[in-house]
Design a protein around this ligand. Structure first.
Ligand SMILES: [Zn+2]
Length: 165
């Protein structure tokens, strides 16, 4: 038994049935309508819906401005203008892509998304730098999440990201 072990009680399945979940070492160890407590911390879901992890199948981690002040739309209505405006904007952002991507990853994880597919620009100007920064940041966060109990996962943002934009 570790300190982060829980027994989630009074949850509801999609079909409406009562469901309980035993979590040991961050992993679901048992699932059923009525589990016996074994000394875990009991968490009352108060009838909330129990869902599997969410999936976001279309993201652009390299383009997020999450964590920065709001920025107005500045491009014209054609693709070329949007691409050029974005390149200019990204070169002068206050936070590098690894920080912004990490901000977004941590936000979606906090909201229940554990799988995502992202597009990342690879072009003659950026080369693979943004892809590499996003990949390494994702791996660093995943490694930190795996090594911590569920109670202390909010500290994942303490990793130092790479300085690429
Ligand atoms: Zn897209």
């Amino acid at each position: 038994m570790s300190p982060g072990d829980i027994l989630l009680v009074n949850a509801r399945s999609i079909a409406g049935a009562r469901v309980e979940v035993r979590v040991r070492d961050g992993v679901i160890a048992a699932l059923g309508p009525a589990l016996e407590p074994h000394g875990e911390t009991i968490v009352d879901a108060a009838g909330d819906l129990l869902l599997p992890a969410l999936v976001d199948s279309h993201m652009h981690l390299d383009k997020t401005l999450y964590g920065l002040p709001w920025q107005p739309h500045a491009a014209a209505a054609n693709r070329r203008s949007r691409i050029e405006t974005e390149k200019t904007q990204r070169a002068s952002l206050a936070q590098p892509v690894a920080v912004r991507a990490g901000n977004l990853i941590e936000r979606i994880v906090a909201q229940g998304t554990l799988h995502c597919r992202t597009h990342v620009d690879v072009d003659p100007g950026w080369g693979l730098k943004t892809w590499t920064a996003c990949w390494r940041r994702k791996n660093a966060i995943a490694t930190q999440y795996r090594s911590r109990s569920w109670r202390s996962r909010k500290a994942a943002s303490s990793l130092a990201p790479e300085p690429w934009r």
